[in-house]
Design a protein around this ligand. Structure first.
Ligand code: XMP
Length: 518
């Protein structure tokens, strides 16, 4: 185990992308924890980190009650890196000046390197010009004593500033997002060169740290974990089982909205491979009956979420209840579903794995994957020995096929979709494309069109095919299949799947589309 100083504390001021900082720090081989600004002093004491990173924020340092950095951090003599708001708040607290920007800078910008500093080691040299991602209204107008500018953009004369003696660095742009191509390396330079951390942290240590955390949180309590059939809940369950063994019971509510063969795979993986106690509930009829006549996407999601909870709750009672509920919630689920302030945020879709049950059953949540992105969960799954075919599986939404059948969901339509989807995925695997695609699936449209097969007229449903690449599900690009591939899939589906006589390919990226159709 690395000692406590082999870590970075990230102080969160509420930026949408704070978790990306943690991710980049992990990629540099350093363990990090995120603490909200108002709990940062306590986290700092507890962790004794090797350095601190201050996040961005939707707030303005010019507002009277805007969040601040705990004094103990500046008094500690440890290196600090401020990002965007983090830079401004550093200047504000250390004796510089920040002004309301009249226009701000949003999006791609280019900075010019004016001087060297430890952050740029082996990366950027004086006179270079580099692309970065800016997103700020306010800007620093006067540096605090001890700082010097080392890079500038047209809109931010203090794009990067350094106080080498105190090992304080700050930047106006966001190094954590992919649109700052060298951002990961800048952060790696901070944690390794400036903070002097070894950078030998691995997923194996994450596993160990989380196991200890789970044991501490749960004590001798009982935990129930709902398995969705997907990678996230499976990885969470296996990790928790490793931590607390038989104190965990998994419940798999089979809503009949799974892909072909998926339910059986889950059952054999848990019972056969891991010997983890599993309750398998076949609730297909209940779900199908309840979905009869429901066509509104949110109504479907709400019904499925609520019914899932009802069934789950009943099963939980049967096994004698539990104090804790485990979920495979990932970071993208968290930010798309709640706002930092706890205030109203726009609900794009009600994700069904975040909410409802814990309050109703008075349970506490165990969410060991909450700070991870999908590819990191896969790495953890492999670390835990889950089979590759399972770990590498494309993501699948909680509400299952119901949100891939616009209009009314029936068992018959689910069966048609399962067949079409299986053909599509088989062709993708045969072509060796499965791992290059984030998600590929078929959708069954509530539209009938006329076709001709043999000498006869057909009047059947349209099947849509979706294929996207993505790194985290938050944005996505269309996968550019060859026309010959799509033609082959379309021909097979129309020939082999009764009820479908036309196939179309979805060319919409996210945004403006979403990955799922509902
Ligand atoms: P959207 O359609 O919002 O999907 O672009 C982004 C990613 O999230 C998955 N998804 C869900 N996952 N419960 C889940 O666990 C849900 O309710 C849910 N809805 C969408 C989707 O498959 C994609 O990977």
């Amino acid at each position: 185990m690395t000692g406590p100083s082999e870590s970075i504390l990230i102080v969160d001021f509420g930026s949408q992308v704070t978790q990306l900082i943690a991710r980049r720090v992990r990629e540099a081989g350093v363990y990090s924890e995120i603490a909200p600004f108002n709990a940062a002093a306590e986290a700092f004491e507890r962790m004794r980190p090797g350095g601190v990173i201050l996040s961005g924020s939707p707030a303005s340092v010019l507002d009277a009650d805007s969040p601040r950095v705990p004094d103990t951090i500046f008094e500690s003599g440890l290196p600090v890196l401020g990002i965007c708001y983090g830079q401004q708040v550093m200047m504000q607290q250390l004796g510089g000046q920040v002004q309301l920007g009249d226009s701000g800078e949003f999006g791609r910008a280019f900075i010019e390197i004016a001087d060297g500093c430890a952050l740029f080691d082996g990366l950027w040299t004086e006179g270079d010009r580099h692309q970065v991602w800016m997103s700020h209204g306010d800007k620093v107008t006067n540096l605090a004593p001890g700082f010097r500018p080392v890079a500038a953009s047209p809109g931010a004369p203090f794009a990067v500033i350094a106080d080498d003696k105190r090992r304080y660095y700050a930047m106006q742009f966001h190094p954590e997002v992919v649109h700052t191509p060298d951002g990961g390396k800048l952060l790696a330079n901070f944690v390794r060169h400036v903070c002097g951390l070894k950078g030998d942290w691995t997923m194996a240590e994450f596993r160990q740290t989380k196991i200890e955390e789970i044991r501490k949180q749960v004590g001798s309590g009982r935990v129930i974990c709902g398995l969705s059939g997907g990678v996230d809940s499976a990885v969470a369950a296996v990790l928790i089982h490793e931590a607390i063994g038989e104190q965990l019971t998994c419940v798999f509510v089979d809503h009949g909205l799974m892909r072909s063969g998926e339910a059986d795979q889950v059952v054999s993986l848990f019972r056969g491979h891991y010997n983890i106690p599993l309750v398998h509930v076949n609730a297909e009829t209940l779900f199908m009956n309840g979905l009869a006549g429901v066509t509104d996407p949110e109504a479907k999601r709400k019904f499925i979420g609520k019914t899932f909870i009802d069934v789950f709750e009943a099963e939980a009672k049967k096994i004698g209840g539990a104090e804790f509920l485990a979920q495979g919630t990932l970071y993208p689920d968290v930010i798309e579903s709640v706002s930092f302030t706890g205030g109203p945020s726009v609900t794009i879709k009600s994700h069904h794995n975040v909410g409802g049950l814990p309050e109703r059953m008075n349970m506490k949540l165990v969410e060991p994957l909450r700070e991870l992105f999908k590819d990191e969960v896969r790495a953890l799954g492999r670390e835990l020995g889950l089979p590759d075919v399972f770990v590498g599986r494309h993501p699948f939404p909680g509400p299952g096929l119901a949100i891939r059948i616009p209009g009314e969901v029936t068992k018959e339509r689910c069966d048609i979709l399962r067949k079409a989807d299986a053909v599509y995925l088989e062709e993708i695997r045969n072509a060796g494309l499965y791992d290059a695609i984030w998600q590929a699936f078929a959708v069954l449209l509530p539209v009938k069109t006329v076709g001709v097969m043999g000498d006869g007229r057909t009047y059947d449903s349209v099947c849509g095919l979706r294929g996207v690449t993505s790194t985290d599900g938050m944005t996505a690009d269309v996968y550019p299949f060859d026309a010959s591939f799509l033609t082959r899939v379309a021909t097979r589906i129309v020939n082999e799947v009764k009820g479908v006589n036309r196939v179309v390919y979805d060319y919409t990226s996210k945004p403006p589309g979403t990955i799922e159709w509902e």
